[in-house]
Write a protein that binds this ligand. Structure first.
Ligand SMILES: C[S@@+](CC[C@H](N)C(=O)[O-])C[C@H]1O[C@@H](n2cnc3c(N)ncnc32)[C@H](O)[C@@H]1O
Length: 284
């Protein structure tokens, strides 16, 4: 299901991600330290070979695609893309640090992939499709640009109960009446929590040989304060909801969140917050 006003959603989504792009770049290293096993699963699943053309959609700072870039040498090209220039700039800066030269950068929406039909050997989309206004359109576009037999690998968050690092602030905001739970089926980070939705969409859009697995990850922070500051930096939605609270409500929210996350905090104050993601692979 699409949101009721898909074009309005796209405009708001672009503005939010453009705002958050700098923070995604600044926090890239710690986020990727936790998420590397997910990237690795996805890259293995598309089986990159020298000479391949690989696209990363919704790439953010680009880490997953950059793992594939080396494997498609010599002769292969990675296209690293996102729907906002600000994120593409983050990926470009990271590629320069890594001295990756077989990469092209493109600002484009995953629902309108500006590439020829049957152009690619592999597509990578980590934590993207469930955020798009119309994931089925994005998947049909993905299949169109893959050559027959080309491979897609994606990641999408599993159940909120398995992802306290992101779900607890949302649940406590909702409990305070300060956030609405998302409409069922609307774009949201947990919209693909049911792996059946992933399989259903992949089948509906013509993909074959579908595999869905789960990868567990752990986000490490020196303290819950550092985790909280990072969350407010990388999530414009959370920052907006928290920004609308009074100072007293903000204190209450933090107390409630800290109490729920106390089980993940060690004696030295450091936090190890678990997460679980679905990973899926399919052939075009
Ligand atoms: C949760 S972040 C994930 C970033 C990166 N894939 C990663 O795993 O670190 C979602 C990314 O999707 C991008 N995005 C959201 N909607 C998009 C769309 N319709 N088309 C392309 N990119 C989109 C955002 O700008 C953001 O970079």
């Amino acid at each position: 299901m699409s949101p009721t006003d898909p074009e309005g959603y796209r405009v708001t989504s672009r503005a939010r991600w453009a705002d958050a792009a700098g923070a995604w770049g600044a926090n890239r290293q710690s986020l990727q330290a936790a998420a590397e096993p997910v990237s690795q699963w996805m890259v293995d699943a598309i089986d990159p070979q020298p000479g391949h053309r690989v696209l990363e959609l919704a790439a953010g700072p680009g880490d997953t695609g950059f793992l594939a870039a080396e494997l498609i040498e010599p002769g292969g090209t990675l296209i690293s893309s996102d729907h906002v220039d600000e994120m593409v700039d983050q990926a470009r800066a990271r590629a320069a640090e890594l001295k990756i030269t077989n990469v092209e950068f493109k600002t484009m929406d995953a629902e309108w992939i500006d590439l020829p039909t049957a152009d690619l050997d592999g597509v990578l989309v980590r934590w993207g499709y469930m955020l798009f206004a119309d994931p089925a359109t994005a998947l049909r576009e993905t299949r169109r640009v893959l050559r027959p037999g080309g491979r897609l690998a994606l990641a999408a968050w599993a159940d909120p109960a398995e992802n306290p690092w992101a779900a607890v602030p949302r649940a406590e905001l909702a409990a305070m009446g300060a956030a609405e739970p998302p409409e069922p089926g609307a774009p949201d980070m947990f919209a693909f929590r049911d792996p059946g939705r992933i399989v259903g969409l992949l089948e509906e859009t013509g993909f074959e040989d579908i595999v869905v697995e789960q990868v567990a990850i752990v986000y490490h922070y020196p303290s819950l304060d550092e985790w909280w500051d990072t969350m407010l930096d990388i999530s414009a939605v959370l920052a907006g909801a928290v920004g609308a609270l009074t100072p007293a409500q903000r204190d209450d929210l933090r107390d409630a969140v800290d109490a729920r996350l106390a089980q993940y905090v060690s004696a030295d104050g450091s936090a190890a917050l678990p997460g679980l993601t679905h990973v899926a692979a399919a052939g075009a």
